[in-house]
Design a protein around this ligand. Structure first.
Ligand SMILES: Nc1ncnc2c1ncn2[C@@H]1O[C@H](COP(=O)(O)OP(=O)(O)OP(=O)(O)O)[C@@H](O)[C@H]1O
Length: 330
């Protein structure tokens, strides 16, 4: 039995705007185990970044947790972080239990602030001795392949790949249990992408971080590092399975379409050829009835328009939300 680190139960996170509500993450339930890498994939706008804000309880207007619960295991017991204010979650858990490398993190660093300043801020906000944390940051810089003295540099004095590693080094200084990385490799060249993946896996191997949620469009990247893969479509989890099993035989028609629509060096996927998923992504203000993928699904049945399929375990380590794999059919 694997130990659960983070648990999301029936959560709905919507962008509540004046004119409309965007159902970006809609009734999702899942668990992240200790000591695993979960890859999160799905087309643009499917809710991946919103999902990462949810596990982090980073609910900033217009994003709101409409329903559901999020639990984080800390000191051996579950804390319901969804019952706390963002400030409380930030103060008690960000950096120390859960940390995020947001999209374009390397470009978000202020050009006029030396990187060491971020470490000083971190020390102040957690009541840690600044000198001690700066020393630890120098060591961590070395671990991620940067010179310790570069900690005193301004961000623009480092290349994009180096900046990204600097962000990871600083974000993981307090040895968080869960690292959420939102497309950390997308702006990097192939060499720097490889280095970054090695850095992340090294942090995990050394136990500096226990688990990683890695958001990407790139299935080939996920293949290299993930134990499980979570596939999102239009705010829903449509499949969550063991990586190898999913690559060998994707179950959900969307996962299948996704694999077939990407250029990939993976032999299993390449053999099936390249094609495109017909139709347009679902509208999240007014999503289709039943299964959100049914208007584009080549296997859609009557029940798919009427009822929403639940995400259920159809075999060991394989969860899928599709009536093709459930008893209930019309
Ligand atoms: N601040 C916001 N206000 C209103 N709608 C938003 C906001 N941020 C995101 N959305 C909408 O929520 C939905 C999910 O967006 P999200 O960024 O989570 O998707 P994503 O899968 O991470 O996309 P990408 O791969 O492009 O980053 C999209 O329809 C998006 O337009």
């Amino acid at each position: 039995m694997k130990d659960v680190l983070l648990k999301v139960e029936n959560a709905r996170a919507y962008y509540v705007l004046e004119q409309a509500t965007v159902k970006a993450v809609d009734s999702v339930s899942f668990e992240i185990y200790e000591d695993e890498v979960v890859g999160i994939v799905g087309e643009s706008g499917s809710g991946k970044t919103t999902l990462s804000n949810l596990v982090f309880m980073n609910m900033l207007k217009p994003l709101r947790l409409i329903d559901g619960k999020v639990f984080l295991k800390t000191d051996g017991k579950f804390e319901e972080i969804s019952a706390m204010s963002r400030d409380e979650v930030k103060r008690r858990f960000w950096g120390s239990d859960i940390t995020i490398i947001p999209q374009s993190a390397m470009n978000a660093l202020m050009p006029t602030i030396r990187m060491s300043k971020y470490v000083e801020h971190l020390a102040q906000s957690h009541g840690i001795d600044e000198k001690e944390l700066l020393k630890k940051a120098e060591e961590r810089f070395e671990q991620v392949g940067l010179k310790p003295e570069w900690l005193r540099r301004y961000p623009f004095e480092l290349s994009g790949g180096m900046r990204q590693r600097a962000v990871i080094a600083i974000a993981t200084l307090l040895n968080p249990k869960l690292l959420v990385a939102d497309e950390p490799t997308s702006a990097l060249d192939v060499v720097n992408q490889k280095v970054l993946l090695q850095v992340l896996m090294d942090l995990k191997r050394k136990g500096i971080v226990k688990s990683i949620m890695f958001i990407t469009h790139d299935i080939a990247t996920i293949r290299q590092i993930a134990d499980r893969m979570l596939v999102m479509y239009a705010g829903k989890i449509v499949e969550f399975s063991n990586m190898e099993k999913m690559l060998e035989k994707p179950l959900h028609p969307y996962t299948k379409g996704l694999f077939e629509s990407v250029l990939t060096p993976e032999p299993e996927v390449r053999e099936r050829g390249i094609s495109v998923i017909p139709g347009a992504p679902a509208n999240l203000i007014n999503p289709p009835s039943g299964c959100r993928f049914q208007p584009r699904c080549p296997h859609a049945m009557e029940i798919c328009k009427q009822k929403e399929p639940k995400l259920i375990e159809v075999e060991k380590d394989r969860q899928v939300a599709c009536f093709l794999f459930q008893e209930e059919r019309v």
